[in-house]
Design a binder for this molecule. Sequence first.
Ligand code: HEC
Length: 208
Amino acid sequence: MSSQSTSNQKSPVKSGERVIFIVTTIFIILAVIAFGGMEYVRHHSAKPMFSITTNYQFSPEAKRGMDLFFRKGSCTDCHRALNSGTNMGPGTDLDGEGTKRGMAWIYNFLRRPEQTYNGQTLDHGPGKAAAFVSDWKAKDLHAIAAFLTALQAKSGSSVSPVPPSERSPFVDSMVKKFAPESWKTGKYKDMRDDSRVSRKSDQPQEKQ
Ligand code: HEC
C-alpha cells in the first residue's frame, strides 16, 4: 500500500494519460499546421473561395444604385449583395433579388415596406431600424431598385428558383439506382428537362 503510493508520487502521470497527452498534442500541432496551410493557399489563390452566384448587367442608373447601396445607406449593415456585406438570414441576402422580385415590387417595398409585404417586417416598417429608407428621394429608391433588379441568380444557386441546367452524371446515376420506379417510368418529369423553365440568365452549357 505504502510502496504503491510512493511510486505514484514519483510519476504522477499515468502512462495512459501520457499517451492521451501526446496524441492530443500531436493532433493540435497538426491542426495548426493544416489551418496555416489552408490559409496560405487561400491567400495565394486567385480563385475566390465562394464563387459569386449572381449574374449582373448594370445600366448607368443601376450603377448609381449600387453606389447608394454600398456607400450612402447602411444597407450593408444588414444586407449582402455581390457577396459583400452582412447576411442576417432569410430575405437579407439580396444576391438573386432580381430573379425573385421585379423592379416595381422592389421600389414599392422600399417606399411602403409593410403594405408591400402585406404584413409585419422585421426592420423596414415605420419606427424600425431601416425605416429611414422609405424617406429617400424617389430618384434614389428607383436607382436602388434598378441595382437590385439587375442581380440575377445563376440557376442552381441557393436563391434561384431554377434548377441547374447542366446534367450531372453523378445525379443521373443516383436516380437510376435509388429513385422510386415512378420517377424512372416517366410519371414525373425531370425539371432539368423542362423547357418552360426560363434560363435567360444562364450561359449555354450543354453540348448536344
Ligand atoms: C437594420 C437592418 C436593415 C437595414 C439597415 C436595411 N435592411 Fe433591408 N431588410 C432587412 C430585413 C430584416 C429584411 C427582411 C424583411 C423584414 O422583415 O424587414 C429586409 C428586406 C429588404 C428587401 C426585400 C427583400 C425581399 O425580397 O423580400 C429589400 C429590397 C431591402 N431590404 C433593401 C434594403 C436597402 C436598399 C437598404 C438600404 C437603403 C436596406 N434594405 C437597409 C433589414 C435591413
